[in-house]
Design a protein. Structure first.
Length: 304
């Protein structure tokens, strides 16, 4: 699932390529009975009102909240996109092809199979389109009044943003200590405590800071929190610098792959030797709260 760095990479792409363009048309083939009555374009009825509101609006910019992409419109609405498991926004030249849409011309939009599951198309004033590729069809797309965005239930439960300057070691410790008995791995991934961190980045943060994922939040000594905070910010920024992580489905807005997966030290390296110099440990996998944790059995210490 896309995490903070992947979502930020997409937001940066929307700002760079799509801002300033108008939405001319909107198409979807999402149709989910599970979403009936919900404010999600997966409900065809909701999509009809969504389409009425977005057509003619100009895209003025984009921002991120947690794992949500917020596409700002000139008509005082925001399109909120949560890419969930396999969704990612793409931008390029598309044409209708039978029951679905296809990218025109060579390149990753056409040639990378992960980019071919088009379920939403916003046709733009320059003839190109902003589309959503979503293999497993779990994505959430909804429309919210700009003035109500912070109070919206899609956003209001989110904890603080980890890359905010004002969010330092004290704030991180206070946030995660709302679940004092939780394993640090689960606390880092709980978006009500801190926003945007999932399986990949929590594994990499804990590997770098040398803490076993099962360590309970309240047992972590005060003197270690500055290191956790620093490593958390460095790891997330590195993810953004590398254009996100494309080990799974994520692609950037032009359909290209990020490169963070080439830097993994823990995530999905089960059975491999630890890359920390002189460590000699092995990466192990453990299920914590139904999620996989990957960690070094030697240098990541369980604090009791
Ligand atoms: Zn190690």
């Amino acid at each position: 699932m896309p995490e903070l760095p992947e979502v930020q990479t997409t937001v940066n792409g929307v700002k760079r390529y799509v801002a300033g363009l108008k939405i001319r048309a909107a198409w979807t083939d999402y149709k989910s009975r599970f979403h009936a009555g919900k404010d999600n374009i997966q409900d065809p009825r909701y999509f009809r009102s969504f389409r009425r509101r977005v057509i003619g609006a100009k895209i003025t910019g984009a921002s991120r909240r947690g794992k949500n992409v917020l596409i700002h419109l000139s008509n005082s609405f925001i399109i909120l996109v949560h890419m969930k498991m396999t969704g990612h926004l793409l931008y390029g030249a598309y044409k209708k092809a039978g029951a679905t849409w296809a990218a025109i011309g060579p390149g990753p939009l056409r040639d990378d199979p992960f980019n071919r599951y088009i379920h939403l198309v916003l046709s733009l004033s320059n003839g190109k389109s902003l589309v959503l590729s979503d293999l497993r069809k779990f994505a959430k797309v909804t429309l919210i009044e700009t003035a109500r965005i912070d109070a919206s239930l899609h956003i209001s439960e989110h904890g603080p943003e980890p890359l905010e300057k004002s969010f330092g070691p004290e704030e991180l410790r206070a946030a995660l200590s709302r679940r004092p008995n939780a394993p640090i791995k689960s606390a880092l991934m709980d978006h009500r405590l801190v926003s945007g961190i999932g399986n990949i980045y929590s594994d990499e943060i804990l590997w770098r800071v040398g803490i076993h994922p099962l360590t309970r939040v309240q047992t972590i000594p005060e003197k270690i929190w500055p290191a956790i905070s620093r490593v958390m910010k460095e790891t997330l920024r590195k993810g953004i610098d590398f254009g996100g992580d494309s080990m799974s489905d994520y692609r950037d807005i032009l359909g290209g792959s990020g490169r963070f997966q080439s830097t993994h030290n823990a995530y999905r390296r089960t059975g491999e030797r630890c890359r920390k110099r002189g460590c000699g440990g092995t990466i192990r996998r453990l299920v914590i709260g139904s999620r996989s944790a990957h960690f070094c059995d030697k240098h990541q210490k369980l604090i009791k």
